[in-house]
Design a protein around this ligand. Structure first.
Ligand code: GUN
Length: 296
């Protein structure tokens, strides 16, 4: 396989790294504006249970990003064998902590802990992951709320490239709470005709070929083939999968067979450097939004 095409000056490639930097620049200015006359900066609490290396790396990048835009972060690290009740008490304390505007419980949690039960405890006004039932319901209603960061990041990438959505066919492959379902609602809100596909969808390649905007968020390495992409479509790859490579180090690929899809697409996100960097930027944006609603 060819090496992935780089984002350098290729107008077909949606450069999430570059766009997320621009968003963070805007956020730094917005934070500076929001704290004028206030006694504190926005605050994000991140709860990390256990020592999953990928989670640790994500949390580190979230905390560094907070610092870069003027958001104070509070890292709560708990051992892998922490009981559910202890995590629950921590979340309840953060709900009451006035310095904390956003609470993020890094997933996945160790198996003795019910993620659903913990996420349900987060005050909806501090739910910067947008995963609680109140915020999911607000999104479904087309009302304002705190919504999941990865779908928000995808919408931001589409807006940045002026991708028309009204009346267009958008196909989302994947129905997770974190990405597929909320993204489908956001695309619908922009008047796209939305199809959500999943493991039981019949004629999946055929359905994908109808898409003007095709989003792969199924968690299967390179599942979406070039032949599934309508010529001229916009392809958004939410996947991040480590696969074996000849040097034994492994390499990151998305849920889209990139080089094949690149040939068909009008615009496409690379992996890494596409959707991924936007997730952190939108977390910061949600934290500022929570700060403004709570303090304003
Ligand atoms: N783990 C992987 N992605 C996410 C995310 O967006 N939020 C949380 N809380 N955990 C994650």
């Amino acid at each position: 396989m060819d090496s992935p095409k780089t984002a350098l000056a290729d107008p077909k490639i949606i450069d999430g790294k570059d766009i997320s930097q621009a968003v963070k620049g805007e956020l730094a200015l917005a934070v500076a504006e929001a704290i004028k006359g206030k006694t504190r900066n926005p605050g994000l609490a991140v709860v990390l249970v256990g020592d999953n290396p990928a989670s640790k790396a994500y949390v580190k990048s979230k905390i560094a990003a907070c610092k870069a835009v003027g958001i104070e972060s509070f890292l709560i690290e708990l051992p892998a064998d922490t009981a559910q009740a202890v995590v629950a008490e921590k979340v309840k304390a953060l709900n009451l902590d006035q310095k904390v505007d956003g609470i993020l419980v890094q997933l996945p949690l160790p198996k003795q802990i019910s993620s659903a039960a913990i996420l349900a405890l987060i005050d909806p006004a501090k739910d910067v992951d947008g995963l609680c039932a109140v915020n999911a319901g607000l999104l479904l209603q087309g009302a304002d709320g705190l919504f999941p960061c990865t779908p928000l990041g995808v919408m931001r990438l589409l807006a940045h490239h002026d991708v028309a959505l009204a009346g267009k066919n958008a196909v989302v492959v994947g129905r997770s709470h974190l990405v597929g379902k909320p993204l489908a609602m956001m695309l619908l809100q922009e008047n796209a005709t939305v199809t959500i596909c999943h493991s039981k969808t019949a004629n999946l390649p055929e359905v994908c070929r109808q898409a003007d905007v095709l989003v792969a968020a199924c968690g299967q390495a390179e599942m979406v083939k070039g032949s599934w992409v309508k010529p001229g479509a916009v392809v958004i790859d939410v996947g991040i999968n480590r696969v074996e490579s000849s040097d034994g180090k492994g390499r990151l690929v998305g849920d889209v067979a990139y080089n094949e899809a690149y040939e068909q697409a009008r615009l496409i996100t690379p992996v890494p450097g596409g959707v991924g960097p936007m997730t952190v930027a939108m977390l910061l944006s949600n934290t500022l939004k929570a700060f403004n609603s709570r303090i304003g």
